[in-house]
Design a binder for this molecule. Structure first.
Ligand SMILES: [Zn+2]
Length: 671
């Protein structure tokens, strides 16, 4: 009896999986929703009687367990690189010429598919079972959002069918189809809640939900457009188009209208034709992606330091809209820069209701001759904040009011001064509350110290409550737990999470701290270069401008800025307090590979490289076991030359040092 029930359960699960595949992957349902629900109900019945038969891939188990307290970071086995993009047809042709050259006359074809505007996701299946769903993050590490992916109906919990790989990372986009998005908004409005403005942002927000049960019923969808890891590779077709077919047979929703063409002209035709119809689609598309179909050819083409060389996105021109300028407010940035921002009548732009637009700076305001009351044209391109592109002067009302440059800081009332070069206005006070808040927000941001729970609103409240003045104050907050918990809407749990986030941030490498300190001109990559060069904060603080100029990528302006920053008494005091609080002030040594292709070799790089930055080349050498040197001597084993190599090349040739070009260098590094 119980054996029969078990068989029935397995059969029902298989049947439901097949219906999911027909519905989501093939778009050919052959069963009504009611019948489907009946099958699901029967599975639930059997599982209630036999709870030990419940498996994680059962269709009843899309949502289970407790809400999460946060997301773990996970490393991508194959990085999720972004795709190079262009708005320009001629650049597509240049891209094609590079491909032709690199493939040396071999035939090739392009897959052309729509670039759905959603959130990039990687779904890992091991022996067919969904084991991980991860966001792109910074490309190498993302958030583990498996529980949320499971709650999305078009994500298969198990792959069905033949020839299932041992491991596959299916890459794609989670997005919110228009119909489901509008329906969800209607419900919100009916509940007296504000509707979401933009499907893509709302999708991002939904994936950040800690309680997966809140995702069910929102109608988010998944569409695959690529593959990361695939094992065993030899069992699968070289053509990605064929691989798509196979994925569809496993129940994966792959973008349905992929075109495979064998010339750039045909690819451009597909892009143009699609551009005509995209407004009528049930989801947002911001461009088309051209990819080489063959996996082997993709491997040969490889990557630049940022993008795969075998694909490019063609983006459609930004949408423009007309609105009326109601007012201009002034925002103060973390270094005191005051920027004007347009407040305007709401306008629908590329699927988003927009109320604000950037005016960049006061020179721009004057150039546009924009006045309050004017009818303006705003444009939204990609992810960039919409901007005012021109004024419809014919529609200017008589009482239109010119915009005056502020003479005082709108946040603290201190006098403002014109920036060098004259484009920006800057608040002159180092004690400006608006700047302080912005600096602290920046300090806690994911790209810097990554302090969990430290959002904009909380930081503003902490500053207003006098609990935090500078970044070192974060590390004393554990003694003020009750005061934090008393802050509006904080509560015990979030307070503890926030304090734990502060504690965790103490372990960040020096590179992150240097980036977080708001030193003028110092961004993430320069901070990393400085931290790796000097290895600890004391040598950075003791460094002269000349010492700093030794660091790759550091020029006069930057060296002077870092030096001045650490000469400042109150900045040194912040470092002292961070040290006392136990914040890490050192940079871990990079692990090197003693069997790598450059193991034991002293390597010099000279001239201008095409694919790699100088820093990247040095990193590669060091991570593959080599030692980087700046000058040629008898001890040099290898010289890598880029364009315009000067005296080093001559010297290397004289000393009999082996000389290779960038292509050969990359080949060896990848060997
Ligand atoms: Zn100010």
């Amino acid at each position: 009896m119980s054996n029969d029930a078990h068989k029935e359960l397995n059969r029902l699960r298989e049947e439901i999986r097949e219906h999911d595949r027909r519905y989501y992957a093939l778009g050919q349902p052959n069963i009504s929703d009611r019948e489907y629900d009946r099958l699901l109900e029967r599975v639930r019945e059997i599982e209630t009687l036999h709870p030990d038969w419940i498996t994680p891939d059962s269709p009843t188990q899309r949502v289970g367990g407790e809400p999460l307290s946060g997301f773990e970071h996970v490393e991508h086995a194959v990085p999720m690189l972004s795709v190079d993009n262009t708005y320009d047809e001629s650049q597509l042709r240049e891209f094609d010429q590079r491909i032709q050259k690199r493939l040396e006359g071999e035939a090739y074809s392009y897959l052309v598919d729509a670039k759905i505007d959603g959130v990039a996701i990687s779904l890992t299946y091991e022996y067919g079972l969904l084991t991980l769903g991860a966001t792109r993050g910074d490309g190498t590490r993302g958030d583990d959002v498996t529980a949320n992916c499971r709650a999305i109906q078009s994500v298969p919990l198990r792959l069905g069918g033949e020839n299932i790989p041992r491991v596959i990372d299916i890459r794609g986009e989670i997005y919110w189809p228009r119909i489901a998005f509008d329906a969800f908004n209607e419900k919100r409005i009916a509940n007296g809640e504000a509707p979401f403005a933009n499907p893509r942002n709302a999708t991002t927000g939904t994936l950040k939900q800690l309680d997966p049960s809140r995702i069910v019923g929102r109608g988010l969808a998944f569409s695959a457009h690529g593959v990361g890891r695939l094992e065993p590779l030899d069992d699968f077709p070289d053509s990605n188009l064929e691989l798509y077919e196979l994925m569809r047979s496993w129940g994966v929703a792959v973008y349905t209208d992929v075109k495979c063409v064998d010339s750039i002209d045909a690819a451009i035709d597909v892009c143009k034709a699609f551009g005509e119809t995209r407004a009528t689609l049930g989801y947002e598309v911001d461009g088309m992606v051209l990819k080489i179909d063959s996996r082997k050819q993709r491997e040969r083409l490889g990557f630049t330091s940022r993008y795969p060389r075998w694909c490019i996105a063609y983006k459609y021109e930004a949408e423009q809209g007309e609105s009326v300028l109601l007012d201009v407010d002034f925002q103060v940035g973390k270094l005191g820069t005051i920027t004007p921002r347009a407040k305007m009548e709401p306008v629908l732009l590329a699927g988003t209701t927009v109320r604000h637009a950037s005016l960049h700076n006061f020179d721009q305001v004057e150039r546009l001759d924009v006045r309050i009351g004017d009818t303006i044209i705003v444009e939204k391109a990609g992810e960039i904040i919409p901007q005012v592109v021109r004024v419809v002067t014919e529609k200017r009302p008589k009482n239109a009011k010119p915009i005056k440059r502020p003479t005082k800081c709108p946040a603290c009332g201190s006098p403002v001064e014109q920036d060098e070069g004259g484009v920006y206005l800057r608040c002159t006070s180092i004690d400006c509350v608006a700047q302080r808040k912005e600096r602290l927000i920046y300090f806690c941001h994911r790209d810097q110290m990554d302090i969990e729970g430290a959002g904009k609103v909380l930081i503003e409240q902490l500053v207003d409550a006098g609990l935090v003045r500078d970044c070192a104050d974060f590390y004393t907050l554990h003694t003020k737990r009750d005061q934090i918990a008393a802050i509006e809407r904080m509560g015990e749990q979030s307070t503890d999470n926030f304090l734990a986030g502060i504690e965790t941030s103490k372990e960040k490498p020096l590179s992150k701290l240097l980036a977080a300190l708001n030193i003028r001109f110092v961004g993430g990559s320069t901070a990393a270069a400085i931290a790796e060069h000097f290895e600890n904060i004391d040598t950075v603080m003791a460094a002269t401008v000349e010492d700093l100029l030794e660091v790759d990528g550091v020029g006069d302006e930057l060296a002077a800025s870092v030096h001045t920053f650490f000469q400042n008494k109150s900045n040194r005091d912040v470092i002292r307090r961070l040290r006392n609080a136990g914040v890490n002030l050192t940079q871990p040594k990079k692990s090197t590979d003693s069997s790598g292709p450059f193991a034991g070799l002293t390597v010099v790089v000279t001239g201008t490289l095409e694919e790699l930055t100088r820093n990247k080349a040095h990193e590669l050498i060091e991570s593959l076991g080599g030692k980087v040197s700046k000058s040629i001597s008898k001890k040099t084993d290898l010289l890598v030359v880029g364009a315009k190599a000067g005296s080093k090349l001559a010297k290397a040739e004289k000393l009999g040092v082996e000389v290779i070009d960038e292509t050969e260098f990359i080949r060896r590094a990848e060997a």
